[in-house]
Design a protein around this ligand. Structure first.
Ligand code: DGJ
Length: 780
């Protein structure tokens, strides 16, 4: 039982495998945060338990310029500006940034929550219409045609518990339920908040974070993941300032620019040691993460839906649910934190039949043909790909409406048979005849002004009355906060998908939101539009998944512009970046790996010179980098040399052979591309350390350079291992007559402890950006 609720002492403790989280009701009814960190251990005594009471950590002093709630009488030591709180509210004398801000009908912002009740129940709570972690982690039946899409919304699996703490503001008549979810096999604690108006007056929610953690002390670094289109999730680490640091998106999507995931790490924390805390939001719209160290050296971390452009009218008896946040603590460094998130997202967030199935090796038409294709050209691309072992052709943008460039056609989801030369069903049949599946690109949230949809329903695109809407990629955004808009687009796409044998959908989104005004909302409800838009996107995906449970859906937003745990609830993989340059991808995929599993990362081999950077790298290098994701190709394989084709053939075989390790194994960052100029290396290992796959890209090229060593992780220290280069690496190196240091020693056994402590010399590889991929197998 991970949750201990001591009602008499008003002390509530959550225990995961390695962490303890404690709260207590203060003398005047406020819910105080007591502790979050290394597991302390609650003791079971018969049918009861002894709750480790850590309330001694919370201290009370008379502080200057710190208000005291009126009911504390003459006690000047109780101030909400100094006390650690579980869900601090604006208007209580806490001058720090708060989690909840409520405005009443008179326009006054004040809310004062006091404890009412507690309840522990079996199973994990769910959130209506929004993504949430679920408990059941059983492997889904692998057989095709047997899978279902959703999860039971009342997830009652015994392997999870929910803690509900009810707080109340008696003046407003507001009931706020703090929800905590714990899974027996995870170090993650989930949080969400339900706000119910039990009063007689309408109130306005101006801010409602999903979580707040008040740390009593500690010198933290903030690690976050910033970026831009084509260069997403770049890790940045800096000491927390005595100032409010805000990470947020105002773009309507979680964005390329910031990611709804950040880490607070102790100064000395590294990959393999030290304390750190993860904060991840399962949400795909505007978000706000805040980290602030206050005047007393205490740190407050907040994460939730952004309060900018947000205001939610809550009428009597109505309820508002925040998105869910997933917190995680690690005392064993960043790699352990990532490992916990990887498992959580893989097993408890991603859904549907494709959660556990090996994803097909695909070829995508985008960088192979852009808008210039017909059915014959697609068949030629598919035929060559099939011959080399590729399993699916994805027809990207350009197959519908009047869409020969990215300026027109969005919204007209009917097949352009004139361009293709035949119906879409026929294209799919021709691809199927080659032994391949067929996939299709869509961008449902968007509309081009030059489209039948826009001509018929100009009011469906976000537009501010009296103004002309801002264009992005020459397109406008459909108002998905309106159900009739979602219904229409879903029905159109359903029609297309039902008439062709489609196994995969790539759902794209190629601009951010502006002109936020919904004709579907009253003036006082315009502040709900952005959140309702996200709910509309979720509704679209939920119903698409229900209608086509066997279809694999890949998320995309101009690459990784909506790469978040919320999307992963609907799409188990997301195109990681529009930047397919293997060397730039090292940084993008490195940053992404902190919060997200490899099975979520869409990654392809593309042509050289690379279309985004102009850089050329060898095909094996591009292959090794793309294998740190859901592997595929994004070029016309007819245009590469025979030698390269042979490498591709072997790459695909390697990927399929090691797919269990790659998709399900433990992932280790062996070096940082931001710090190590010589190489970037990562590894996949099986749970029991019986085998591993080492991947390394040389990023430095020097004359007569010092030998580089790479230390492995996740092996059995007492095991003995054989090293074997993968087929594609061996083939490529043989062609170049290089990198045969390991080949020469294939029969040798290496001690696991030595491979991890002393490491392995990186073989001499001539030329920039060479790759090395080695399978490491335990022999005894
Ligand atoms: C952006 C995506 O990220 C690309 O892969 C491609 O699908 C284009 N959109 C198509 O317009």
């Amino acid at each position: 039982m991970p949750i201990f609720a001591d009602e008499n002492n008003k002390l509530f403790t959550i225990e995961t495998k390695s962490s303890t989280y404690q709260m207590a009701v203060g003398e005047y009814g406020h819910l105080l945060h007591v502790y979050y960190g290394k597991r302390i251990g609650c003791e079971h005594i018969g049918s009861g338990f002894l709750n480790a009471d850590l309330r001694y950590l919370v201290t009370y002093y008379d502080r200057g310029f710190a208000g005291n709630p009126n009911d504390t009488g003459m006690d000047r030591t109780y101030s909400l500006d100094a006390l650690p709180q579980e869900y601090p509210c604006f208007g209580t004398g806490d001058y720090r940034s708060t989690a909840l801000q409520i405005r009443n009908a008179e326009g006054v912002s004040c809310c004062d929550l006091r404890y009412q009740s507690v309840r522990v129940r079996e199973g994990k709570y769910s959130i209506p219409g929004m993504p949430a972690v679920y408990a059941d982690s059983e492997k889904v039946d692998q057989k095709e045609g047997t899978g279902s899409w959703g999860r039971d919304s009342a997830d009652t699996a015994a392997s999870a518990q929910t803690l509900e703490i009810v707080l109340e503001d008696s003046v407003l008549g507001l009931e706020v339920t703090l929800l905590y979810g714990v899974l027996s096999d995870s170090d993650v604690i989930t949080r969400a908040v339900k706000i119910r108006n039990c009063g007689a007056q309408t109130v306005y929610i101006e801010k409602a974070a999903s979580c707040c953690v008040d740390f009593l002390y500690g010198d933290f670094d903030l690690i976050h993941f910033h970026g831009r289109h084509g260069m997403e999730r770049q890790l940045e680490r800096s000491p927390l300032l005595r100032a409010e640091q805000v990470l947020q998106s105002r773009r309507g999507a979680s964005s390329h620019q910031q990611n709804p995931f950040f880490i607070l790490a102790s100064r000395e924390t590294g990959e393999t040691k030290g304390e750190c805390y993860g904060f991840q939001l399962l949400y795909s719209g505007n978000f706000k993460g805040e980290a602030l160290t206050d005047q007393y050296g205490q740190t407050r971390a907040l994460l939730g839906i952004s309060d900018e452009l947000f205001s939610w009218e809550l009428r009597p008896q109505e309820t508002f649910d925040t998105p869910e946040a997933a917190l995680c603590y690690s005392v064993e460094g960043l790699e352990r934190l990532s490992d916990e998130y990887h498992r959580l997202l893989r097993r408890h967030v991603c859904r549907g039949v494709w959660r556990d199935r090996r994803r097909p090796v695909l070829i995508n038409s985008w960088e192979a043909a852009y808008f210039d294709f017909d059915a014959d050209k697609l068949e030629r691309i598919a035929a060559q790909a099939a011959e080399l072992g590729v399993e699916m052709l994805v027809l990207d943008d350009g197959w519908f409406g009047k869409r020969d460039s990215d300026n027109t056609g969005l919204g007209d989801w009917y097949v352009n048979e004139e361009k293709l030369g035949c119906p879409l069903g026929e294209v799919a049949r021709r691809v199927n005849q080659l032994g391949m599946r067929f996939g299709l690109w869509i961008e449902p949230e968007m509309v081009s002004e030059d489209s039948d949809l826009y001509r018929t329903h100009p009011d469906w695109a976000f537009t501010i009355p009296g103004r002309s809407p801002i264009r992005g990629r020459n397109q406008l955004v459909l108002d998905f906060s309106r159900k009739e808009v979602v219904d229409h687009v879903l029905d159109q796409i359903t029609e297309v998908v039902s008439h062709a044998n489609i196994a995969y959908i790539k759902m794209d989104m190629n601009r951010h939101l502006t002109d936020i005004y919904s004709l579907g909302a009253r003036a006082q409800n315009q502040g709900t539009t952005l959140h309702r838009y996200v709910l509309g996107v979720y509704d679209f995906l939920e119903r698409l998944g229900e209608r086509f449970p066997e279809i694999l859906i890949e998320g995309c937003a101009g690459g990784g512009g909506r790469f978040d745990a919320g999307m992963l609830y609907y799409t188990p993989q997301i195109w990681c970046s529009d930047n397919t340059d293997a060397i730039e991808r090292l940084r993008i995929q490195y940053g992404t790996s902190f919060g997200y599993p490899i099975s979520a990362v869409g990654s392809h081999v593309s042509a050289v010179p690379n279309h985004q950077t102009g850089r050329s790298t060898d095909i094996e290098t591009r292959g090794v980098v793309a294998m740190a994701g859901t592997f595929g190709y994004e070029l016309d394989l007819n245009l590469i040399t025979d030698q390269e084709k042979e490498t591709v053939r072997r790459q695909i075989q390697d990927y399929i052979q090691y797919s269990d390790l790659i998709q399900e194994g433990r992932y280790w960052r062996l070096s940082s591309p931001m710090e190590n100029e010589e190489y970037t290396a990562w590894e996949f290992s099986s749970e029991d350390g019986s085998d591993a796959l080492l991947n390394l890209i040389r990023t430095g090229a020097h004359c007569n350079s010092p030998v580089q060593y790479v230390r492995l992780r996740g092996l059995a220290p007492d095991g003995w291992y054989r090293l074997e280069e993968t087929e594609s690496t061996r083939h490529a190196h043989r062609q170049k007559n290089a990198g045969n240091a390991i080949l020469a020693n294939e029969k040798k056994l290496y001690p696991g402890s030595a491979l991890m402590s002393a490491g392995l010399p990186v073989p001499w590889m001539n030329g920039a950006y060479q790759a090395w991929q080695v399978h490491i197998v335990r022999e005894k």
